[in-house]
Design a protein. Structure first.
Lengths: 482, 213
């Protein structure tokens, strides 16, 4: 039942908002849905994930639970930030505040289905649903850049996702060929994987990797990502980077689960490694030439998605570190995008050279910005340091010392590139351009502060429940006992 | 039944080639409506019997892909009042040639990777791949945003055709979910299209290149 409520709650909220014209009721629906969703996810943790199922299509497994919890948590943080943001946006004649909350809630509903479904075709439908729900959010301000970004996003991601559906059907054909009754449920497919024709298995993984990889922002299919992340309103950017990309990564991981259950999955690992390193190179290379701080953070997402793909490609040894890094990246990047919204509000520009005196103008944002930047850059004692260390260590253990060296070099370069852009923003005298709000209200920095606090805590103390959660998620990738 | 199925598949292929070679946007939209009709008829014809499941999906496909979407696109076309409704950069002969090459490639590929123990006609995979590739081609080779939407729909149709190979049919709710996605996607495409038209005064995607590194 919990699962039915989890999916129905955001849908009910979205439908309610589509009938209501009053913005204040939208806010009530948004906040109560966000809180209710988070409480329900909390109750899933209490009950133990395996107890929560709904029909044959839905079940919360340890892997899905991680994605679900992250989505719910970050949605809660972004929802509270979205309210003052939206009130401010009502002064903009071009913006359409009434689509904002319904789209956010549809996005949460689709993300919940992504995280909880066990059926690969339904997973596909839900990932496409997240694209459709977020496109109107990206074009929210209806400026030229925003519309261009939204169009690119729709075309590229829909097309990429269509390729993933082709991959899904290939897997279905492969399962049919094994001569046993088959469905597209992950566990059925894992059971059948050793008996399916290899060529179809390879084809399905490659197509799914290209398809979901586009949505995840892996190079060279990443070109929509910096545009969409930089043009979207900041709470939406935070959700895109912290939640949406994980959903696409989950799609790849589901196919990876099936592929690993077959005898030889070397090709899948090599492909993930190659795409991962390529994405890191693209991400860091383009970070080095950014003057726009939101695009800088977007390319940092490309880099981090590369780290995730690479970590997955290193095999089960690195998977715990990879999933841990997924959590860390989501927390840090959501904080960064929410903070970038504060800077944009105060200075009215996303060009870093035009922003000066951040420390004096909005001190709390400045401190948190540096904290989150150091965290995602892999500086101890923050938790990304540990997850990156785990991945690099796995690369060395797996006899890939060259990859380990390249990753270390790219991580350092990416960190330096982002520092080089952000540090000059802090000093100097603040200019008074933009819609100057003289006082920095606590509501603008409390969410990022909590996220930075979580990064610091997880860096200093690795709780047992998290270790168990990651451990049982990794166990889902090991060959099933037969 | 095999005969009827093959005929329908060949018709799908002909409509594909028409969509790629025509330079009029109306032509592309009509092609996608015809696709809708053919796709609605195909599952029942190929499986040889008509259960509730096939009936629901067939009627749903007919309503969404043959009626609603073409109607919506035609209305969008009238509302944005595209002055030059002819794609400026289209050479019909060259497109037809490129399209034929893609079809040949699809047939070659389908021959190389036969679907194991399939009860479906061998033509199915070839036509599915051809539709997929031609849709892709339409999407990348045209400038007008509406034509790109038609290209996306063709890609989707190609995947739908390929999905008919699955012996154990999918749960109804999943298939309806996929159909709903197509419906909503055209809707969202339309919304953004209207906004683009408001802001730019046209829907030529070549002008959408402000954002770059």
């Amino acid at each position: 039942m919990t699962l039915a409520f989890l999916i129905a709650l955001p849908i009910a909220g979205a439908v309610f908002c589509m009938w209501q014209r009053e913005l204040s009721r939208h806010f009530v629906a948004l906040l109560s849905t966000a809180v209710g969703h988070a409480l329900l996810v909390g109750s899933v943790w209490m009950h133990g994930a395996s107890a929560v199922t709904l029909g044959p299509l839905f079940a919360v497994d340890p892997l899905g639970l991680i994605v679900l919890s992250l989505s719910s948590l970050l949605f809660l943080v972004a929802a509270f930030r979205a309210v003052p943001y939206l009130l401010h946006a009502t002064h903009d004649p071009k913006a359409a505040p009434r689509v904002f909350v319904p789209c956010l809630l549809w996005f949460l509903a689709a993300m919940t289905v992504v995280a909880t479904t066990q059926h690969l075709a339904l997973l596909w439908a839900a990932v496409e649903g997240t694209t459709l729900a977020t496109a109107p959010l990206i074009s929210f301000y209806r400026r030229r850049g925003a519309l261009e970004a939204a169009w690119k996003y729709l075309i590229l991601c829909s097309l990429g996702i269509a390729i993933a559906l082709l991959g899904t059907f290939c897997l279905g054909v492969a399962a049919d060929a094994s001569g046993q009754p088959a469905s597209l449920l992950v566990n059925d497919l894992r059971r059948l994987a050793p008996f399916v024709p290899r060529s179809w298995l390879v084809a399905s993984f490659v197509l799914a990797l290209v398809g979901y990889g586009t949505k995840m922002g892996l190079a060279p299919m990443h070109s929509w990502l910096p545009d969409a992340h930089s043009q979207a309103p900041s709470p939406v950017s935070a959700l895109l980077s912290g939640v949406l990309l994980n959903g696409a990564f989950l799609g790849i991981l589901r196919f990876y689960q099936v592929t690993l259950a077959a005898a030889d999955a070397r090709f899948a690992q090599d492909l993930l490694l190659a795409l991962g390193v390529l994405s890191m190179i693209f991400g860091v290379g383009l970070m080095a030439q950014q003057r726009d701080y939101k695009r800088l953070f977007a390319y940092s997402s490309v880099e981090n998605m590369g780290i995730l793909a690479l970590g997955a490609g290193l095999g089960p040894l690195a998977l715990a570190g990879t999933l841990f890094h997924m959590i860390n990246h989501s927390l840090a990047k959501s904080a960064l995008f929410l903070l970038s919204g504060n800077i944009l509000r105060r200075f009215g520009t996303t060009q870093a050279p035009e922003v000066r005196g951040l420390q004096e103008a909005i001190p709390a944002t400045a401190v948190l910005l540096v904290t989150a930047l150091f965290a995602i850059g892999g500086v101890p004692p923050f938790s990304p340091f540990w997850s990156e260390l785990l991945i690099v260590r796995a690369a060395v253990v797996a006899q890939h010392p060259a990859i380990a060296a390249v990753v270390l070099f790219l991580l350092a370069s990416g960190f330096l590139a982002s520092i080089a852009v952000v540090m000059p923003m802090l000093r100097g005298k603040p200019s008074n351009s933009g819609t100057a709000a003289p006082l920095e209200s606590w509501s603008s920095w409390i969410g990022p502060a909590l996220l930075c606090g979580a990064l610091f805590t997880l860096g200093c103390y690795y709780p047992g429940w998290l270790d168990r959660a990651l451990g049982s998620a990794v166990a889902q990738f090991l060959p099933p006992n037969r | 039944m095999e005969e009827a199925g093959n005929t329908l598949l060949l018709l799908v292929l002909l409509v594909d080639l028409y969509a790629v070679s025509t330079s009029r946007i109306q032509g592309c939209i009509r092609a996608s409506a015809l696709h809708g009709v053919l796709l609605a008829a195909l599952p029942g014809t190929l499986h040889g019997h008509l259960g509730t499941h096939a009936l629901v999906i067939g009627l749903g496909t007919l309503a969404v892909k043959a009626l609603f979407i073409p109607h919506f696109l035609m209305r969008a076309l009238r509302q944005v009042q595209i002055h030059r409704e002819v794609e400026p950069s289209v050479s019909q002969h060259r497109n037809l040639l490129a399209g034929t090459c893609l079809v040949a490639f699809a047939f070659w590929l389908a021959q190389r990777i036969p679907v194991p123990n399939s009860t479906m006609p061998t033509l199915l995979v070839a036509v599915a791949l051809a539709t997929f590739l031609l849709g892709f081609f339409l999407l990348v080779s045209r400038r007008k945003a509406l034509t790109q939407v038609v290209g996306y729909l063709m890609v989707e149709n190609g995947v739908f055709l390929f999905g008919l190979n699955l012996a154990g049919s999918m749960p109804l709710v999943v298939e309806l979910g996929i159909l709903l996605d197509v419906l909503v996607s055209v809707f969202v495409f339309g919304i953004i299209l209207f906004d683009i038209r408001e802001e730019f005064d046209h829907i030529d995607t070549h002008a959408l290149r402000e954002l770059a590194d």
